[in-house]
Design a protein around this ligand. Structure first.
Ligand SMILES: NC(=O)c1ccc[n+]([C@@H]2O[C@H](COP(=O)([O-])OP(=O)(O)OC[C@H]3O[C@@H](n4cnc5c(N)ncnc54)[C@H](OP(=O)(O)O)[C@@H]3O)[C@@H](O)[C@H]2O)c1
Length: 274
């Protein structure tokens, strides 16, 4: 049970804080079981009011916890792992790296004994318990995997994948939040042009997108099935949709997803070539 474990978040920046916000508002997880770190703690000291331990001392955090989440930038991960040599103990600690592009094989190099290592890709909707988190591992420790699943289920839903899909997942769910938000922004802009004030346009657009997502989740349908229901022949929905497609709507999104993915790979190859 995850609520009986202590969790350290090493590197409590944007993503780390989203995870902490999600966990501290989860009814199933006690805030006092959290210890969070960054070098400059001033921006996260408010978490102490919730009973969370805030420190700039990674070793202290690791000593207090069984599950260690590394929410660091990729270039900080190896330095921090080196500084924790001898404190991360196989059998006691479960390691979860959120650092984009660093493989489990690379992380294992820091350990002489086998250690349970997971990579996880949540998105910032963890903040409100609505993330989808992709997880992979090479560990066959089923109890550790169950704990990691339980942890990310506090923050939304969890899917276990093979590691070769983790980069794709980073694009689809971590970058995907930004793509979806940009879509909503465009809807708001259109709404204003046809007469709404921005607040009303935002409320209507956000709830409409939420409703579309709920429909797909709850009815388990393909989007086109639901689109067919609202596109009357010769109607104005299909006229608008087709106009969007003539301007590259679907194509722009697909090209953007592929560009993010290709950039991630070229950056990774550049890093490995150093
Ligand atoms: N943001 C997302 O949506 C998202 C989604 C999926 C994956 N990721 C991945 O998650 C990782 C974190 O991303 P982010 O956007 O949250 O980055 P971020 O905001 O820069 O957070 C990283 C934090 O690490 C802290 N840090 C750096 N060195 C440290 C050290 N030695 N000890 C303790 N803390 C240290 C930094 O704070 P100080 O400078 O104060 O130490 C910083 O706040 C990245 O690898 C990113 O690719 C992000």
């Amino acid at each position: 049970m995850i609520n009986r474990k202590n969790i350290a978040v090493i590197g409590c920046g944007n993503l780390g804080l989203s995870l902490v916000n999600g966990l501290r508002t989860s009814v199933h997880f006690p805030s006092k079981n959290l210890v969070v770190t960054r070098r400059n703690t001033s921006e996260i000291l408010f978490l102490e009011d919730e009973g969370i331990t805030v420190t700039d001392d990674n070793i202290k955090a690791v000593k207090q916890a069984e599950i260690i989440l590394f929410a660091l930038k990729p270039f900080d991960l190896s330095r921090v792992l080196k500084s924790l040599t001898g404190y991360l103990i196989p059998g006691r600690h479960i390691l979860v790296s959120l650092a984009t592009g660093i493989s489990i094989k690379e992380i294992k190099k820091f350990f002489s004994d086998p250690v349970d290592i997971f990579r996880a890709v949540p998105n910032t909707a963890a903040d409100v318990g609505a993330s989808i988190t992709a997880v992979c591992t090479t560990s066959d420790n089923k109890a550790a995997a169950a704990l990691v699943r339980d942890l990310f289920n506090q923050l939304g839903n969890t899917v276990f994948l093979e590691e070769d899909l983790i980069d794709s997942s980073t694009v689809l769910n971590a970058c995907g939040i930004a793509y979806a938000l940009r879509f909503i922004r465009a809807m708001i802009q259109g709404g204003i042009q046809i007469g709404f004030d921005s607040g009303t346009a935002a409320s209507i657009s956000v709830q409409t997108v939420l409703g579309a997502a709920e429909l797909l989740l709850k009815r388990n349908q393909h989007p086109e099935f639901e689109i067919d229901k609202v596109t009357t022949p010769r109607g104005y929905t299909i006229a608008g949709l087709n106009e969007m497609e003539h301007h590259g709507f679907s194509s722009a999104l697909i090209k953007g997803i592929v560009t993010s993915f290709e950039k991630m790979h070229s950056d990774k190859n550049a890093r490995e070539a150093l």
